[in-house]
Design a protein around this ligand. Structure first.
Ligand code: ADP
Length: 197
């Protein structure tokens, strides 16, 4: 017998089906894929590619990107309080989209563990991906020229330079963009989310 479950249930159906021994299908279940890492670690590059793989299946998917979001709301600051508010706002938006069946790919430095946990708690299915590259490598890449400006003192509160980055202790997915090619990192993520898409 095929199990019938709500597409985005509150857990009740799933619990009941588990009790009667049905395997719960997770296919077509929305989720929030949350990419965290230093500037230049590879979040946007990976988010774009993962997005393309999901969108090609015709599934509803939305990308939320830190640079784009700050572009729309340029007064968003970089103090701990401003960063936390920004992440909580974006996280709330992600959770609403997820609730309505939209897969969300969010790429934000999101340097503070507590704010990421806040978002995890709001979402139904939150998948934290640590996009890891050393500060040295991110500075070498300096994709947007921001590290140079931060070192010159032109930008204050720059993550990794004069602002902290709290790496996840136990991310759902860990990718090392110094050791892996872009395609390897993307494959690792796709393998993990294949159960949902
Ligand atoms: P972020 O969004 O984290 O600020 P970007 O995606 O804008 O970072 O830039 C990351 C840079 O690192 C790109 O130039 C990309 O080509 C390069 N890069 C090298 N290896 C990888 C990898 N495995 N995954 C992602 N990006 C990589």
């Amino acid at each position: 017998m095929e199990a019938v479950i709500a597409t985005h249930g509150d857990g009740v159906w799933e619990d009941w089906l588990l009790v009667i021994g049905e395997e719960v299908s997770t296919k077509n279940k929305a989720f929030v894929l949350w990419l965290t890492g230093l500037s230049g670690s590879g979040k946007s590059t990976i988010a774009d590619k993962v997005y393309d793989h999901i969108a090609v299946n015709g599934q509803k998917v939305e990308k939320l990107d830190g640079d784009v979001m700050r572009g729309f709301f340029p007064s968003t600051g970089f103090t701990k309080q401003a960063r936390d508010e920004h992440i909580k706002r974006v996280g709330f938006m992600a959770s609403r989209l997820e609730k309505h069946g939209v897969i969300v790919i969010a790429s934000f430095i999101s340097p503070y563990k507590e704010a990421r946990q806040f978002v995890r708690d709001m979402c139904g299915n939150f998948i934290e991906v640590h996009i890891s590259a050393s500060l040295l490598e991110c500075e070498r890449r300096d994709v947007k020229g921001l590290y140079k400006r931060a070192r010159a003192g032109e930008i204050k509160n720059f993550t990794g330079i004069d602002d902290p980055y709290e790496a996840p202790d136990n991310p759902d997915i860990f990718v090392d963009t110094e050791k892996e090619t872009v395609d390897e990192s993307v494959s690792k993520i796709l393998n993990h989310i294949r159960q949902y898409i």
